[in-house]
Structure formats: structure tokens, C-alpha cells
Design a protein around this ligand. Structure first.
Ligand code: ZN
Length: 307
């Protein structure tokens, strides 16, 4: 465990998802992308009495020019300033470098994702296992990925099926690595659905669940119809308990300030106070809407004995 004094409502991913799975709701894993947008995510969770996850990926840290220390520092500072009492997880999304994982854990992240999904199964197992060993020794949960979750940026519909998570491999992977949560590929994709339509292969999801007790994660939550997501969350035997949502937040922020292009974190911090406020209002509305109509996590904060 790192020496950062954690508040009692900052929990691990494992603690979070156990409760969600047994009560048939899902945690939103929200990526504010800009440090200034951590505030509206936390405020939405508090206002809806909903637990949630704040996340950032290695690629986002790089693209927006943020360090894990800056992101974690802002997260913990705002928890205090806003007197947030709902359960929250600080999660490092898709990461390949072990050094970034170590930096995030030092910065107070309570969950990390190692993504070695492009490697052959044996290598993915070996790398994930190493991260599980390192993180668990420090009281931090681990998510990994098996199969390849597509992006809507390049569309190869014919090859989709080959990238889907194989249920038997999932069982083998979870047993060999001891991972807490598994991102599965079963039809959703990162980004905005324009040409391709979102779909979820429920039979595959059900087969994975039948073979392993690991907590199931869906990436590419932006734009998936809520009925479809609801069915995945309420899957018999324990459905999806974490849904990643990134693109929708940034889109509502940029739209609110009348901008089409994304910016760096420094450019975002240089916006006027009124622009930041407009952006924050839009992001808070988007997060609240996901909590209410998509994840079903509203009101579940009280289930956790952390406040
Ligand atoms: Zn993802």
C-alpha cells in the first residue's frame, strides 16, 4: 500500500464490483480526460447517491499531457473540497507500461488495467500475472483484457468475430492470473458508433459467466442502447458490473463550449471560468443521465459501509 492517506470512501475495484454484481447494477467508469472535468463526475455521483469510478488511460495521459500524479492529486483534492462521501474508485484504464502502473499506484490509484490483449495468450497471461502480483501486494485491484475490443475508427465487420473473447480461454486466463476484473470483447467498440451498429453477443457473455466468476467489464459504453446494456448488466449468474464511458463525456464538454477539436489539459485549464463552468454543467448532466438510465447505480452508495 502506498503512503498516501486514502479516504475511507475510496475503495478498490474488487470491493466495488462485488457489490454491484450482487445487486445487478453497474459502475460507470468515467473518463473526464481533462483534470478540470473530474469535478462534474464526482458531483454527479454525489448528487445521485451513486458510487462510481473515475479513470484515465495511458494513452489519454499521453495525449492530453497529464501525469498520474497530477490526475491523482486533483482527484483527491476535489474529494476533500467537495466533501464527496459516495464510494469511488480511482482507476488506470488501458495501460501497457509497467512503469505507468507503478506511478499510478504511487499516486493513489486503487485499481489498474494492464492491457496485453494484443499479445499471444501465454504472454498476456505472464504479463498480467506480474501486474497482479505487484498490485495485489499494494492493495490495488487489477483489470485485464482478453480478446480485442475494436474501435469504431476502423471498421472490419468481417473480422469482428475473430477478436471476440473465447469463453474457455477466459476461464484459463482468470485462473492463471488471479485478475479481479476482465474486459471482454463481445461486440461493443471504443469511440462513436457511426457506420457500425453497437451489439452485444449475449450468448458469449453468458458462456464466459458460466465458466468463470471474474467480474465482467464492457468497454465502449458510449452509444450502446440502454435496453441492451441493461440486459448485459442483469445477466443471470452475474452480469457486467463495470462499463467504461469516455467519448460521450468529452463530446458533451466540447459541444457545450462550441468546440470541435479536443485540446491538451493545459489548454483546457486556460479556458475562461465561464467556459469551464459550461463544460462542467454539460459533463455533470451526461454522467447523471448514464447513472440513471444506463447503469442503474443511482441510490446504491448506501450499500457500502464506507461513509
Ligand atoms: Zn477500453
Amino acid at each position: 500500500m502506498n503512503d498516501k492517506k486514502k479516504r475511507s470512501n475510496v475503495i478498490t475495484l474488487k470491493q466495488a464490483l462485488e457489490m454491484a454484481e450482487s445487486h445487478q447494477f453497474a459502475f460507470g467508469s468515467f473518463s473526464p480526460r481533462y483534470t478540470a472535468m473530474i469535478v462534474p463526475v464526482l458531483k454527479a455521483g454525489q448528487a445521485m447517491n451513486s458510487p462510481l469510478i473515475v479513470q484515465i488511460s495511458e494513452k489519454e495521459l499521453d495525449r492530453y499531457g497529464i501525469t498520474p500524479k497530477e490526475f491523482g492529486g486533483e482527484f483527491y483534492a476535489q474529494l476533500e473540497r467537495l466533501s464527496i462521501t459516495v464510494p469511488v474508485v480511482l482507476h488506470l484504464d488501458h495501460t501497457k507500461a509497467l512503469s505507468t502502473i507503478a506511478d499510478a499506484i504511487d499516486a493513489g490509484f486503487t485499481s489498474v488495467m494492464i492491457d496485453a490483449s494484443e499479445k499471444p495468450l501465454r504472454e498476456n497471461i505472464a504479463i498480467t500475472r506480474e501486474v497482479v502480483h505487484y498490485a495485489h501486494a499494494r492493495g490495488v485491484s487489477v483489470e485485464a483484457e482478453l480478446g480485442m475490443i475494436g474501435t469504431t475508427d476502423f471498421i472490419e465487420t468481417d473480422k469482428d468475430e475473430e477478436l471476440y473473447t473465447d469463453p474457455h480461454e477466459a476461464k484459463q486466463f482468470v485462473e492463471a492470473t488471479g485478475v479481479d476484473a476482465l474486459a471482454v470483447s463481445c461486440g461493443t467498440a471504443h469511440g462513436v458508433y457511426v457506420v457500425r451498429q453497437p451489439k452485444i453477443d449475449f450468448a458469449r457473455l453468458q458462456a464466459i459467466r458460466a465458466l468463470t466468476p471474474v467480474h465482467l467489464v464492457l468497454h465502449g459504453g458510449s452509444g450502446v442502447p440502454s435496453e441492451m446494456m441493461g440486459r448485459a448488466i442483469r445477466l443471470p449468474g452475474g452480469g457486467v458490473s463495470k462499463v467504461n464511458i469516455a467519448t460521450d463525456l468529452e463530446l458533451s464538454f466540447l459541444q457545450a463550449i462550441g468546440r470541435e477539436e479536443r485540446m491538451t489539459n493545459a489548454e483546457c485549464l486556460a479556458l475562461t471560468a465561464s467556459q469551464l463552468e459550461q463544460g462542467r454543467e454539460a459533463v455533470e448532466l451526461t454522467v447523471s443521465d448514464k447513472i440513471r438510465s444506463f447503469l442503474g447505480s443511482k441510490g446504491f452508495a448506501d450499500m457500502y459501509q464506507v461513509q
